[in-house]
Design a protein around this ligand. Structure first.
Ligand code: KIV
Length: 266
């Protein structure tokens, strides 16, 4: 089966069909995502937090994202795959950024790249698009700017900030971006941005009016009991399910009921 394409994603916007995206970082979960009704997988630099245990996404390298992209590509065959360009891989020269994006596609096996920022990267996005590299933008609470923001704070709350964000979204669209993630902004602003654009918006902590939604897979599966932001809905509590299963295993080993005859070779 062929993968969901950028063209389908643009068409769905016109047809008002919501795009559903999750992050994913390995082949086992990619196989599960592919069995579900989810359309797209972002191999996000959030892997720095949920896989590597860092406090933010900044330490993640291009080689690490490529490694996880390859695992996800091997585990799935139908989801649209987007690889995140990590901090420092596109903020320098455009030539270097193009080479890094091309590596992500060639070696990672993804169909598109994502980068954080708007107007300041419009020319870069245009160059990537001309080079055959589909670009997904990312605006609002862009995690790579956590230190500039002074923490994970909702963006676009003032009139000026909201206006700047709208300009950024339009600059990305004009430059050729095929979709844009809106993260951590008021729902009313996300609705206005979505209304004003032709390309789809994909929200996370940006209300229900976006053309689609994205969540970090481990968050929606409830794998971390400590992480409970307002925007997050946990669809299952795997934190407790996993700890429960491990405790049951430990109890059975200690009391001698595992392995039983049924789990032994004869
Ligand atoms: O890295 C990531 O997972 C992301 C999403 C939260 C949009 O950028």
């Amino acid at each position: 089966m062929s993968r969901v394409t950028t063209r389908q994603i643009r068409n769905w916007r016109e047809q008002e069909r919501k795009l559903v995206m999750v992050t994913c970082y390995d082949a086992t979960f990619a196989r599960l995502v592919d069995q579900s009704a989810v359309d797209a997988i972002l191999i996000g630099d959030s892997l720095g937090m949920v896989i590597q245990g860092h406090e933010h996404t900044l330490p993640v390298t291009l080689d690490e994202v490529i490694y996880h992209c390859r695992a996800v590509a091997r585990g799935s065959s139908k989801a649209h795959l987007v690889g995140d360009l990590p901090f420092g891989t596109y903020q320098g020269s455009e030539d270097e950024a193009l080479a890094n994006a091309a590596r992500l596609m060639k070696e990672g096996g993804v169909q598109a790249v994502k980068l954080e920022g708007g107007l300041q990267y419009a020319e870069l996005v245009a160059r990537m698009t001309r080079a055959g590299i589909p670009v997904m933008g990312h605006l609002g609470l862009t995690p790579q700017s956590v230190h500039q923001f002074g923490g994970y704070r909702i963006q676009g709350r003032t009139l000026n900030a909201a206006e700047r964000l709208k300009q950024d979204a339009h600059a990305l669209q004009e430059a050729g971006a095929y979709a844009v993630v809106l993260e951590g902004i008021p729902a009313t602003l996300a609705a206005e941005v979505t209304e004003g654009l032709e390309i789809p918006t994909i929200g996370i902590g940006a209300g229900g009016a976006c053309s689609g939604q994205v969540l970090v897979l481990y968050d929606l599966l409830g794998l971390d009991e400590r992480f409970n932001p307002k925007f997050l809905k946990k669809y299952v509590n795997l934190n407790d399910a996993v700890v429960g299963a491990l405790n049951e295993y430990a109890d059975e080993v200690r009391e001698g009921s595992f392995p039983s005859l049924a789990h032994s070779h004869h």
